[in-house]
Design a protein around this ligand. Structure first.
Ligand SMILES: [Zn+2]
Length: 73
C-alpha cells in the first residue's frame, strides 16, 4: 500500500473525489450519508442534497463503498 504524502491527503480533504461525496436526505440535514449515483448507500429515501461533508450516517459508515467506486479499481 502506497503512503500518500501530506499534500495529496490535504488535496483530497479539500476536494474529495466526486464519487465519494456525502449528502443529506430530505429534511434531515444533520445526517450525512454516503451518496453514489445520487442515492444514499443505506437506502434512505428522500430528495438528496450532495455536500462535501464528512459522512455521519452509521448505516452508511458500516457499508463500504462499492468496489467499482474506488479510484483505480
Ligand atoms: Zn445513510
Amino acid at each position: 500500500m502506497a503512503v500518500k504524502d501530506q499534500r495529496t491527503v490535504e488535496r483530497e480533504l479539500l476536494n474529495p473525489p466526486a464519487h465519494r461525496t456525502g449528502g443529506t436526505v430530505g429534511d434531515d440535514v444533520m445526517t450525512v450519508h454516503k451518496v453514489r449515483d445520487g442515492k444514499p448507500l443505506c437506502g434512505a429515501v428522500g430528495s438528496v442534497d450532495v455536500w462535501q461533508r464528512r459522512v455521519t450516517c452509521s448505516a452508511c459508515l458500516a457499508s463500504e463503498w462499492p468496489p467499482d467506486s474506488r479510484p483505480g479499481g
